[in-house]
Unconditional design. Structure first.
Length: 134
């Protein structure tokens, strides 16, 4: 037969089990609340990540656009520089040819005193021979 001690012992074990169940329910509710908060935070972070990805894409496109503009500007500058260089070279060539045209003719004969004396004698000889004709 069942004794009073056995019933008291059973009652204590039941109460202990009920306390444990209540404690576990409270902990479960607390953990469920934390989980809900974490899930909300995860969703917020995912939205932030998507925003950052979009911003990153816009930043990259902006940088690429800026680099493309710099490339175009560099090409324009180099073409302009080449054109300017060619223009300067052609102007320099024109100047040099103009200088050569305006320059005094190069003296090909020697202009030493002996050469001048010889030239004078030849001129006198020509004049005399021309006079002989008359």
């Amino acid at each position: 037969m069942i004794t009073l001690d056995q019933i008291k012992q059973l009652d204590r074990k039941v109460r202990k089990a009920i306390d444990k169940i209540n404690s576990l329910k409270n902990e479960n509710n607390m953990l469920q609340g934390k989980l809900d908060n974490y899930q909300l935070r995860i969703e917020e972070l995912e939205v932030l990540i998507d925003t950052f990805k979009e911003d990153q894409g816009e930043i990259e496109n902006g940088i690429i656009g800026a680099l493309n503009q710099l490339d175009l500007m560099e090409e324009d500058t180099s073409l302009t520089g080449r054109e300017t260089g060619l223009t300067q070279e052609s102007a320099k060539s024109e100047q040099e040819s103009s200088d050569e045209t305006n320059a005094e003719p190069a003296i090909t004969e020697e202009t030493t005193p002996e050469a001048v004396e010889t030239d004078k004698k030849e001129d006198i000889g020509k004049e005399e021979s021309e006079l002989d004709i008359f």
